[in-house]
Design a protein. Structure first.
Length: 259
């Protein structure tokens, strides 16, 4: 007597049964340990790190994953960066929508900007409830390996690094990379999810945050050093990006430093 073919198992149930069989000692994210310049992390709904790939931990000199579990961004990063990360995380947890191609700007001791590209997605439990955030972080140097069509942007970024404090003309920038302003705009949006103008302004504002944290910083001087036409324009753009005025940011940082 021939046997009848078994009824295919529901795909969701099949996947769930497989996931449950995976050992905690071989999580999927270990794969990120073998991808160049790409790091993985996951946080719970209270913004605490629950797991991370080797490359992510290496940035902080952490060798055992248990040493990062329970920490948050403020434990690992300077306050200004942690504030930016927390705002993005809060927005994701409120909306449940991914945040992709976030350009995170870092500054070296010499004040030279470097940037990483971050992607954050909602992390759901078996019942579809939002319980945290998972994400990847990749240096632009690493990302551009898979962005060969956009290598002209690399030349634009090099120019921006050198001239963002004194002002960058989009027309001049487009000429340097042999693109029309419209083509340059399209490539920036495709790569970073932001126009060249928005990218440069974000860089200037984050440079302002760095400058305002220095001892004896004066708002007027910072505005002038970063090429704003006057303090009013500086305040407008700073509030738009940071959600507070430069004066409030300065007072808040000094209060934290004294405590």
């Amino acid at each position: 007597m021939s046997s009848r073919p078994s009824r295919p198992e529901n795909s969701a149930a099949l996947r769930e049964r497989f996931i449950r069989r995976v050992s905690a000692d071989t999580p999927f994210y270990r794969l990120f340990d073998h991808l160049p310049d790409l790091a993985f992390f996951a946080k719970d709904s209270e913004f605490r790190f629950m797991c991370a790939s080797r490359r992510f931990m290496d940035r902080f000199g952490i060798s055992d994953e248990s040493d990062i579990v329970g920490k948050n961004d403020f434990d690992l990063f300077p306050a200004r960066l942690a504030e930016n990360f927390r705002r993005d995380d809060e927005e994701l947890l409120q909306t449940g929508k991914p945040k992709l191609n976030i350009v995170e700007l870092f500054f070296t001791d010499q004040g030279i900007p470097d940037w990483f590209v971050t992607n954050k997605l909602p992390l759901l439990d078996a019942k579809g409830r939002l319980i945290g955030i998972m994400g990847t972080v990749q240096s632009f140097e690493g990302k551009k390996q898979v962005l060969q069509p956009y290598l002209q942007i690399d030349r634009a970024l090099a120019y921006i690094r050198e001239h963002f404090r004194t002002g960058v003309s989009i027309t001049e920038l487009a000429q340097i990379v042999h693109l029309s302003p419209r083509q340059l705009h399209r490539k920036f949006v495709e790569t970073f999810g932001a126009s060249p103008q928005a990218f440069i302004m974000k860089l200037r504002i984050q440079a302002a945050c760095e400058a305002l944290q220095k001892e004896g910083a004066q708002i007027t001087e910072v505005a002038q050093e970063l090429g704003f036409c006057d303090q009013s324009a500086f305040t407008h753009h700073f509030h738009r990006h940071m959600g507070m005025t430069p004066l409030k940011y300065l007072r808040q940082f000094r209060l934290v430093r004294r405590s």
